[in-house]
Design a binder for this molecule. Structure first.
Ligand code: C2E
Ligand code: CA
Ligand code: CA
Length: 949
């Protein structure tokens, strides 16, 4: 199909025809037609000596051809298109012909413009479509260049893309006639004075630029840009912008020909095209970025997937190993013989490795010999033990490492297959260890060429081997154990009958006390429970529980020795037994404690009768080591009672408590547990917490002072501090009522310190008032519990210093019990106290058994004769004899003596006559608080004594 343009005359044809018409009708010697194309002129047609005619630019300046010629300007639609110029005589129609030609030329120009516009349009469309074709940048850019070349001279053309993040330019497409190498990537905002390119300058400006060489050089100079090596004559660049208006790069055209600058139409078209290129490239870039992301993500996922798969298979493998491990453990526990264990193991192994042929070799170190407790082989019989040779098994044994032979060398020494037998193709053996001991070898072999062992199989085999070493040892041990068992069973049978006899004895022993042969505590518990259950059920008697404790048993034991103690216990058991009926149950609970279940007791008075009998049984002395010893008993009784008890053990507990009450009331006697006691028990607890509080407050615990009088001259010679408790509700309480509780609860040490402190303070006050001189002694009682305290002497030393007392004024009173309880600590503590310079007094002297031995062992300064001797001094010759003996002893040992409990004038007279140095007792004064001391009365004794004398 022909285009419309082909019908129509070209401008040249039209001009040629117009000149021919003028030639026909007139006498022209030369003629020419000029047309303006852009800024230049072109001769469209010429006839005759056209070269002699003035050119179009001359015509423009008004130079006409002269009188024998003429020129007409070709205009149409007000546009100046060109010139018609001639020489000679022109026909009259020349103006018409010129108008016609102008019309033609105008038409042709319009036609060209239209064609160019169509090309431009089509090109823009194609540029737009480029992005949609899915090609990469490297394919699209050359095509883009081609399309640009359709529109204008694009022989020097490049595209720069802007990476906003790094602020750099790269040049994915670059053609230049004079400079074939594209620039390296370029920084848009160079730092440290580096020069940037013109393109970067364009990007920074964000506006299109059309520049001449001069302008380029000027800009480079002005703005410090890099001078191009060979600057183009003309430079035209436009920023590339995406649909969102963001800068993505630049497109640049350059011309080196000085004559042809960019026409305004070209400039317009370029800017227009740049817009399309921008959109198109943006889409391509976006797509490739997207593709890249998808690719990245995909490969990430693939990586993760591969890892997961590896993990899963690793876990499966681990699970399998774990499972095998369990089964090996199970096998070793359930297999009755080594043979069974090894064949089970072979089955297990076959699940993981091609192990049709498997053998276990064990090395016997004692006989230097290899045995084969297991051998399963397609082509070999069971193997006989042999001496070590040069085989693979020996190699493994020797190196202690796995050995993988592939292909099998067929070493004759291997011994795994006898000569002439079929050789295996592949062999794998691993050492068997138990701990660090090499036991033997586990090996598999294959006769098929498609079964070839590798390192993975070795790993499995090693794993199994590692885990059967111990099991193997166990199974082997089990086997020998079984033999031993059989032998043992026989011996056990023999022994059983012997044991039966011993057991009977043991059973008796377990329920009886070896010393007295009486039932022991656990037997009593059983009997008590049985009696209680029967009583509750209504088919048993009501019964009583009696608790008996020997008074001062410890003293006997410590002073007369254990043999004497044992004798006393034996005697005590017999005495108690003598008080009971044959069906009563007597037990020794341990130490010096006995208990009795008395059956058929319906009332308290029946119990009382027996309790009294027991107590009186102990009033007779026991002869121990040739000495008469009085060991009294404290008894507690409780009657079984459905109303108050839930458990049998509670009866024993209350009987114990009743016994304890007896002790508190001065021992030797009995107490029937009663409702009142139960209340008292609670009362004791309340009292304890009240004492605790009293120790923290001032004014509840009050030291009373009882004076000592010098028996010679009646002068005051000292005081003993005795505690009283001024209880806010209960009134004044004597120490007898709360000291046992204080001892029991451990509060006694705090109480003693309280008293030491208070007494020292009082002494300081008396001294300050001039009430007493330095010859006065202040006695303070110390419980034996204090001897547990290594700090005691230090603390007392501190008090003495604090109150600035002469240490010798202080006398600490100690009873024998402190010395019995802790003889060693007592010695150290007493030494430390002596070191301070304080004095020590032995209290209640004469009541113990071994006071004499203490006097030798420890250093005392004062003896206090117990009041029980003073009490019947004037009535009982025995007491007088004891006091006389004590006084003689004291004189011999150079000790001071105080007689306690002097109540009457006759006691006073006797003691004076006997030569007792100091006297204490109600006769002179009862203990009184410091403010209640009658100093005047104390002073009078001096006179009285003198009078008496
Ligand atoms: P003790 O050390 O033998 O004290 C002498 C006891 O005999 C005192 O009883 C005293 O009041 C009493 N007494 C004094 N003269 C006579 C008398 O002529 N006739 C009679 N029948 N008794 C007399 P108290 O004060 O009731 O103290 C009893 C026991 O409590 C003391 O016996 C002592 O062992 C202990 N005690 C008192 N105060 C303390 C103290 O602060 N600490 C310690 N650990 N024990 C103390
Ligand atoms: Ca005392
Ligand atoms: Ca005393």
């Amino acid at each position: 199909m022909m285009s419309t343009a082909e019908y129509l005359e070209t401008p040249e044809q039209a001009a040629g025809r117009a000149l021919a018409m003028l030639q026909q009708t007139g006498g022209l010697s030369a003629a020419a037609v000029w047309i303006r194309e852009g800024v230049v002129w072109r001769q469209l047609a010429g006839s005759g000596a056209a070269a002699g005619l003035p050119a179009a630019d001359a015509l423009d300046k008004g130079r006409l051809p002269g009188p024998d010629g003429g020129a007409l300007e070709l205009t149409a639609a007000g546009q100046r298109l060109g010139w018609l110029v001639w020489r000679g005589r022109a026909p009259e129609t020349v103006a018409d012909i010129a108008a016609l030609l102008a019309g033609h030329l105008y038409c042709a120009a319009l036609r060209d413009e239209q064609a160019a516009a169509r090309v431009a349009n089509e090109t823009m469309l194609e540029i737009s479509l480029l992005a949609g074709e899915g090609d990469g940048l490297e394919r699209i850019l050359p095509r883009l260049h081609k399309l640009m070349s359709r529109l204008m001279d694009a022989s020097n053309f490049y595209i720069a893309l802007y990476d906003e993040e790094c602020a750099t330019l790269r040049f994915p497409f670059y053609v230049d006639r004079h400079d074939p190498a594209p620039p390296a990537s370029d920084s848009v905002f160079p730092v440290n004075g580096a020069n940037s390119s013109l393109t970067a300058w364009l990007i920074r400006g964000g506006k299109p630029m059309v520049l001449t060489r001069e302008r380029i050089l000027e800009i480079c100079r002005q703005h410090g840009l890099a001078q191009p090596l060979l600057s183009a004559s003309f430079w035209m660049g436009a920023p590339l912008v995406n649909a969102a208006g963001n800068l993505i790069g630049a497109v640049v055209l350059q011309l080196y020909d000085e004559q042809t600058p960019f026409s305004s139409a070209e400039q317009l078209l370029f800017m227009f095209a740049a817009r399309h290129v921008g959109f198109a490239l943006d889409r391509v870039l976006y797509r490739s970025q997207l593709e890249r992301q998808v690719w990245l993500r995909t490969s990430e996922l693939e990586g993760a997937n591969a890892r997961l798969r590896a993990e899963v298979s690793g876990r499966k493998r681990a699970e399998k190993f774990q499972d095998v491990l369990f089964r090996i453990a199970e096998l070793s526990n359930t297999s009755l013989s080594l043979e069974a264990f090894l064949s089970g193991l072979h089955r297990l192994l076959s699940e993981m490795v091609a192990a049709r042929n498997c053998l276990v070799a064990l090395y016997d170190t004692v006989n230097d010999c290899i045995a084969f407790p297991y051998c399963a082989d397609e082509h070999a019989q069971s193997l006989q033990p042999r001496k070590p040779g040069k085989g693979y098994i020996e190699q493994v044994l020797h190196s202690g490492r796995p050995l993988l032979i592939d292909p099998y060398g067929g070493d004759a020494g291997a011994g795994d297959a006898d000569d002439g037998a079929i050789r295996p193709k592949s062999w794998l053996g691993v050492p068997l260890y138990c701990g660090h001991e090499l036991l033997g070898v586990l090996a598999v072999q294959s006769y098929e060429s498609d079964v070839v062992y590798n390192f993975r199989d070795q790993e499995v085999l090693e794993f199994v081997a590692n885990n059967i070493g111990a099991a193997l040892a166990r199974v082997r041990a089990l086997e020998s154990l079984q033999l031993a068992y059989a032998e043992l069973e026989q011996r056990v049978r023999e022994r059983t009958s012997e044991l039966d006899a011993v057991n009977a004895q043991l059973e008796f022993d377990s329920l009886h006390d070896p010393l007295t042969k009486l039932p022991n505590r656990s037997y009593l518990s059983k009997a008590l429970r049985r009696a209680w259950d029967a009583y509750l059920a209504g088919n048993g008697d009501r019964f009583a529980v009696v608790f008996i404790d020997l008074d001062r048993f410890k003293l006997v034991n410590d002073t007369l020795g254990h043999l004497a103690g044992d004798h006393l216990l034996f005697e005590a058991g017999a005495r108690i037994r003598a008080c009971l009926r044959h069906y009563d149950f007597l037990a020794r609970l341990g130490g010096d404690e006995f208990a009795v279940l008395m059956f058929g007791m319906d009332a308290v008075d029946e119990c009382e009768t027996i309790a009294r009998r027991i107590v009186s049984e102990f009033e007779r002395p026991v002869i121990l080591a040739g000495r008469e010893v009085f060991s009294t008993a404290s008894v507690g009784v409780v009657l079984a009672d459905r109303e108050h008890y839930r458990k049998a053990e509670d009866l024993l507990r209350d009987a114990d408590h009743a016994m304890y009450c007896t002790k508190q009331q001065g021992r030797q006697g009995y107490t029937l547990f009663s409702h009142q006691l139960r209340i008292d028990q609670a009362d004791q607890l309340a009292l304890e917490s009240e004492l605790r509080r009293a120790l923290e407050e001032e004014g509840q615990l009050i030291p009373y002072y009882q004076p000592f009088i010098d028996a010679g001259n009646g002068k005051l010679s000292g005081f003993e501090a005795l505690v009283r408790w001024q209880h806010p509700q209960r009134g004044l309480i004597s120490p007898a009522l709360f000291l046992p509780m204080a001892e029991e609860s451990g509060l006694i040490t705090r109480l003693d310190r309280y008293m030491v402190n208070a007494a020292c303070a009082q002494l300081q006050a008396w001294r300050a008032d001039g009430q007493v001189g330095e010859d006065i002694a202040l006695h303070i009682n110390l419980s034996s519990a204090n001897f547990h305290d290594p700090d005691l002497a230090g603390w007392i030393g501190g008090r003495i210093a604090h109150y600035q007392l002469p240490p010798a004024m202080l006398h600490l009173e100690i009873t024998e019990s402190a010395l019995i309880d802790q003889p060693d600590t007592a010695a150290t503590t007493m030494q430390a106290l002596h070191g301070l310079g304080v004095r020590l007094a032995l209290d209640d002297f004469g009541t113990g058994y071994s006071a004499l031995s203490y006097l030798h062992r420890y250093r005392f300064d004062v003896l206090k004769i117990d009041q029980s001797f003073v009490f019947d001094l004037d009535r009982k010759e025995e007491s007088a004899a004891i006091v006389r003996a004590i006084l003689a002893l004291a004189r011999a040992l150079d000790l001071d003596v105080v007689a306690e409990g002097v109540e009457t004038a006759s006691q006073l007279a006797m003691l004076r006559e006997m030569g007792c140095a100091k006297l204490q007792g109600f006769y002179f004064a009862a203990p009184a608080p410091a403010w209640g001391l009658d100093w005047a009365r104390l002073a009078r004794f001096e006179q009285e004594m003198r009078d008496a004398a």
